[in-house]
Design a protein around this ligand. Sequence first.
Ligand SMILES: Cc1cc2nc3c(=O)[nH]c(=O)nc-3n(C[C@H](O)[C@H](O)[C@H](O)COP(=O)(O)OP(=O)(O)OC[C@H]3O[C@@H](n4cnc5c(N)ncnc54)[C@H](O)[C@@H]3O)c2cc1C
Length: 198
Amino acid sequence: MFLLVFPENVLIIIISLCNKEKTMKYDYIVVGSGLYGAIFAHEAKAKGKSVLVVDKRPNIAGNVYTEKQEGINVHMYGAHIFHTNDKRVWNYITQFAEFNRFTNSPVANYKGELYSMPFNMYTFNKMWGVVTPDEAAAKIEEQRKAAGITNPKNLEEQAISLVGTDIYEKLADERRIQTNNSILKTAQDMYNSVMNLL
Ligand SMILES: Cc1cc2nc3c(=O)[nH]c(=O)nc-3n(C[C@H](O)[C@H](O)[C@H](O)COP(=O)(O)OP(=O)(O)OC[C@H]3O[C@@H](n4cnc5c(N)ncnc54)[C@H](O)[C@@H]3O)c2cc1C
């Protein structure tokens, strides 16, 4: 497998040159050396195909690229956690790399109160003092009714239906979201990101 790094416009010229001069022939040209492109190229190569992988970034691996800094693998495009409950996927991916065990347990700081994120029973307990999922569901239902929501008509109403007004206002309202993740640039990005967690 070859990796060439070119800006987008140069790539088009390269492809035209390949066609014109007929000097380089590949069964496949893969644009992007991220997980998808790399795995496709690997599997195609294993089946005897020739593959040219091009990428506009100066590195392979796409978003999951890391650089070693002072002995630590730093995720250059944002932290990544790999999770799967599929043994076949796990066996496949671990042939390429060693993984560290990691439990993702972020905490939100709302005016000095710490809440577990994404929302779970610890969040509900801290917020309302409830202990069981049924009690949490009853509280959410109570807040949904109080907000007058029957069929959610927008993202905010959907969020309140799922987690209640308190959690929505304290932890998910776009005006209050803060993140250090440089990839999420706009408030809308952050809002979408958090809403996906609900
Ligand atoms: C901040 C962040 C955190 C994430 N966290 C997680 C996580 O914890 N767990 C998880 O499972 N997933 C996570 N993801 C998602 C994960 O990164 C992607 O699902 C996965 O990397 C996608 O792989 P891909 O090969 O499809 O695309 P990418 O990794 O995006 O690779 C695409 C490659 O194509 C190149 N490219 C694009 N257009 C062109 C072009 N025109 N010419 C040449 N090259 C081009 C790009 O430079 C890039 O290298 C996260 C994503 C981000 C942004």
